[in-house]
Design a protein around this ligand. Structure first.
Ligand code: MG
Length: 251
């Protein structure tokens, strides 16, 4: 899983470099697929329940599951990029939201808060905690910062399949839910809206957008509970995990 996660991390880093005004989401998808296959992976999303592409590309008010296409990034856009990689039968899943050109203050803060909420959730991924501790960490931080957690979409267990039990909501009660144990692996993925938490499904039946058109951000890591601590499997080697000290990728 660490090797699959490494390809996810590399692919997201590569796409970040290409997120400039004028680039289309279809071009990002094409580059992602080439990257994944070059690293001996297969794009997990492609064909998943009929999804036609290797990445989800969701700009601005789109929350998740955007189908790549002719949309060209504009200066100041933010875009959520989500990618899954299967390698030797194991899956890694990760997402980032990045800006093309110069984002506005609100967009910057939304991205910072969403990423920080993910790191806070990951810090709770230690044996002996409950799943509710992970969920609650996201909700508490996001709401303290005046944003809203999407409630109808959740993170998930991950392993041989992309979506395994348990579901991991981004809201919940601390101390409740399943007990976390050594060896569990989770895809934790806060989806955070600047306005209402409510979302709507697009005409293509895939794209999910904020109901009020407000901006949305999405960050995701695949995290393993190993040796009594969280190890982020989808963190690029040169990246840091803010506030997590030694919980860095060791692969
Ligand atoms: Mg996921």
């Amino acid at each position: 899983m660490a090797r699959a996660g490494e390809v996810v991390a590399g692919c997201l880093e590569m796409m970040k470099q290409h997120c400039r005004p004028g680039v289309t989401t279809a071009e990002l998808d094409e580059k992602a697929e080439r990257f994944i296959r070059k690293h001996n992976g297969t794009p997990t999303f492609k064909g998943y329940r009929g999804f036609p592409a290797s990445i989800c590309a969701s700009p601005n008010g789109m929350v998740v599951h955007g189908i790549p296409g002719p949309y060209a990034l504009k200066d100041g856009d933010i875009i959520s990029l989500d990618v899954g990689v299967t390698l030797d039968g194991w899956v890694g899943d990760g997402a980032v939201t990045v800006a093309a050109g110069e984002p506005g203050q609100l967009a910057l803060r939304l991205m910072e808060v969403t990423q920080a909420s993910l790191m806070r959730a990951i810090a709770k991924c230690v044996p002996g905690n409950h799943l509710g501790d992970v969920s609650h960490a996201v909700e508490e931080y996001v709401e303290a910062n005046g944003f809203a957690v999407v409630r109808t979409l959740v993170g998930h267990g991950i392993g041989r399949n992309m979506h395994e039990d348990p579901q991991i909501p981004n809201f919940g009660m601390a101390g409740e839910g399943p007990l976390l144990k050594e060896g569990m692996v989770f895809a934790i993925e806060p989806m955070v809206n600047a306005g209402t938490h409510r979302v709507v499904v697009g005409e293509d039946k895939w794209a999910i957008s904020t109901a009020d058109g407000s901006l949305s951000a999405h960050f995701e890591h695949t995290v393993a509970l190993i040796e009594n601590r969280p190890r982020i499997l989808t963190l690029a080697k040169e990246q840091e995990a803010p506030g997590l000290g030694t919980a860095l990728p060791l692969w």
